[in-house]
Every structure is written in structure tokens, then in C-alpha cells.
Ligand binder design. Structure first.
Ligand code: KG4
Ligand code: ZN
Length: 342
């Protein structure tokens, strides 16, 4: 399909996201205007199991996908005739969950003879920033979610270079595991965040700096230290204020995330920094990042909460870049659980 230049900048995309436990659809125009953004969260269903159950996630996506698509179209007040393309998360994620979105997107695109745009889930989290303000390059994104912790360098539009990543647990995963130890509900990140705000970081916990020049992260040692601290206190018959433990854990996570982001920002002389992913909803992290870059000339972009956790508007924003580069998929598009960003 040939894309004329006017359309190229102001296209209307139907975006679909089903990589984990949110069934989401959105209509995004020109990669920056959200016409609708509908999310059906499955958290209540998975809560009782303490984490996402893949088979259950797929079933819920199958039940929800049709009405979510209809709702997104209705809220945006668009018809299928208004659409220029259909975008969908190709990966990474749970394969059975991804397949529901991929097949729904394919069905609409095939029926309406529209281009199908494949989107990497993490590029979606990163491109949520363009819904806030235009990019300035080079840019650096700190992606912190339930499955990922990465520092990604963008030298130009849509070109992603992973310069650091977690060697074990993702930041969100560490939050969720620590929360479970404190007997908090799933997903635990927001609960720890709230507790931390009420506590004092007075418990000594490790910070994994790794090699001096490394931008990688590691959170499993910290997670184990929290579990051991609780265990030892229990054995000694002592009580530990969970607010203080949450505050100490959160401080350890935030310190390493902000310090490494700052070091990478200086080294690569970036113009813009983007905080992305579910953990970017963390109030402590948002404040620490704002303070760290307050006196620098680097522009810090932190999307609103609703665009940090999984949603389809971010997929529509990332799809805009694919659209401009004519990166379309064939009808054989598949869900790819381990899809690489670069
Ligand atoms: O990006 P996301 O919605 O899904 C994935 O792609 O993983 O991220 C979900 C993760 C969960 O681990 C959740 O506990 C964490 O984001 N999270 C938070 C907060 N809100 C969500 N972690 C810390 N503080 C928060 N306020
Ligand atoms: Zn995500």
C-alpha cells in the first residue's frame, strides 16, 4: 500500500495490546493524539493465585477482545472506514495472550484491507512519551516493568539500543515478590509504594552496583535480603515495621535506577530522558528522577500513570513510527514471546 505524505503524519491507527493481563484497545491519531484508550484489567482474577496465570489470561482476552475493540471505536467516534492501519503487540509476552490480540488485529486488517503494524511491547512503553511531548535525540529511556528493567538509548527515531538490563529479576518482579513476602496483594508494586511513603528507610539493605562501568541491574540479592531480614527478625521474636522495610527496599531500588540513569545520560550526552513501564507509576521513583534531573538541561518525560502501566495507546504511539517507516507485517504474523527489542 502506498501512503501519501499527509496521511503519513496524521494517520488513524487502531491499536491492540494483549501481551499479559490487560486486554486493551486504543485509537491514536498521528502517534500523539489519543482518541480513545480502553483497558480491561484482569488483576482481580489473577489476584487469588498471587500472579498471572497464563491460561486464565488467554481465556479472559478471548472473552474481552471483541467488546474492547468496539468500545475503543465507539469512544473515539470513528468507523472502520476512518482507520488507516491496525497495530498490535507482537511480543514479548505470554504466547497464548499475544495470539488473541494478533488474531483480532489480523481479522480487522484483513477484512478492511488495512496495513498491519507489528509493535514491540517495550517500544510501546518507551513511545508512550510521544503522547506527552515530541522526542529530542539522543534520548535515554529507563524501562521498568514487571518483566523488564532496561536502559535504552535512542540515537534517532525508533532506533533502540539496549545499553543495560537486569541480570536476574525485573524491578517490578522484585516489588511483587517482596510484596508477597509482606503478605500484600498482587501486583504488589503499588502497595509497597504506599507503605514506603509511610516508613523510614532505616534498615540496611544491599545495592547491587555491579562493575563500575556497567549499566546492568540486579535485584535478586536485594529481594533475598528483604526475605532474610524478615525471617531473622521472626526467629528472634522481633517485629519489623513493614513500612520501614518497604521504604528501605524502595530506596535501594530507586538509588540504583536513578544513579545509573544519570551516569548513562551524562556519558551519552542525551537531550531527553523517558521513564517508562509499570514501575514508572512509582511515586518514589518519579520524585527521585525529577529531583535528580531538576537542575540539568536534560528534559525528563514521565507519562501519566495510565500510560505507564500496560495500555494500547502506547502501542498506537509506537505504531506511528512503524507506519512512517513502512514496517508492516504479513498475514503470517505470529505472537513472539521472547521478541528482542533491537
Ligand atoms: O508495564 P506493566 O504494567 O506490565 C508489564 O509489562 O510487566 O508493569 C507491571 C509492574 C508490576 O510488577 C507492578 O507491581 C509494577 O509494575 N507497578 C509498580 C507500581 N505500579 C505498578 N511498582 C512499583 N510502584 C508502583 N506504584
Ligand atoms: Zn508492560
Amino acid at each position: 500500500m502506498n501512503i501519501n505524505n499527509q496521511k503519513k503524519e496524521n494517520e488513524i491507527i487502531l491499536a491492540v495490546e494483549t501481551s499479559c493481563d490487560e486486554t486493551a484497545a486504543a485509537i491514536v491519531q498521528g502517534g500523539e493524539h489519543i482518541l480513545s484508550n480502553v483497558v480491561a484489567s484482569q488483576i482481580e482474577s489473577h489476584k487469588r493465585f498471587g500472579g498471572v496465570v497464563p491460561e486464565l489470561a488467554s481465556r479472559h482476552h478471548t472473552e474481552n477482545i471483541t467488546w474492547i475493540l468496539e468500545e475503543a471505536m465507539k469512544k473515539a467516534e470513528v468507523t472502520f472506514d476512518d482507520l488507516d492501519a491496525v497495530a498490535v503487540t507482537e511480543g514479548p509476552g505470554l504466547v497464548g495472550a499475544l495470539l488473541v490480540g494478533v488474531n483480532a488485529a489480523k481479522a480487522v486488517a484483513y477484512a478492511r484491507r488495512l496495513p498491519l503494524l507489528p509493535v514491540h511491547h517495550i517500544s510501546g512503553h518507551i513511545q508512550a512519551a510521544r503522547l506527552e511531548r515530541p522526542w529530542r535525540y539522543p534520548a535515554l529511556a529507563l524501562v521498568v516493568s514487571g518483566g523488564h528493567t532496561e536502559l535504552v538509548l535512542l540515537r534517532e527515531e525508533g532506533e533502540y539500543e539496549v545499553i543495560g538490563q537486569t541480570r536476574d529479576d525485573a524491578a517490578g518482579e522484585a516489588y511483587d515478590k517482596v510484596a508477597r513476602t509482606l503478605e500484600l496483594p498482587y501486583p504488589g508494586g503499588p502497595y509497597i509504594d504506599k507503605l514506603a511513603a509511610e516508613g523510614t528507610p532505616n534498615i540496611e539493605l544491599p545495592i547491587a552496583w555491579l562493575e563500575p562501568d556497567s549499566y546492568d541491574f540486579s535485584f535478586s540479592g536485594l529481594k533475598s535480603a528483604v526475605i532474610n531480614t524478615l525471617h531473622n527478625a521472626k526467629q528472634r521474636g522481633e517485629t519489623i515495621r513493614s513500612e520501614d522495610l518497604a521504604a528501605s527496599f524502595q530506596q535501594s531500588v530507586i538509588t540504583v535506577l536513578t544513579e545509573k540513569t544519570k551516569r548513562a545520560a551524562d556519558h551519552y550526552q542525551v537531550e531527553q530522558i523517558v521513564l517508562a513501564g509499570g514501575v514508572a507509576a512509582n511515586k518514589g521513583l518519579r520524585t527521585a528522577m525529577s529531583n535528580t534531573f531538576a537542575s540539568s538541561s536534560v528534559e525528563l518525560t514521565i507519562p501519566p500513570f495510565s500510560l505507564c502501566t500496560d495500555n494500547a495507546a502506547m502501542i498506537g504511539a509506537a505504531a506511528h513510527v512503524q507506519w512512517k517507516k513502512n514496517k508492516t507485517a504479513g498475514w503470517d504474523l505470529n505472537g513472539v514471546p521472547g521478541l528482542a527489542l533491537t
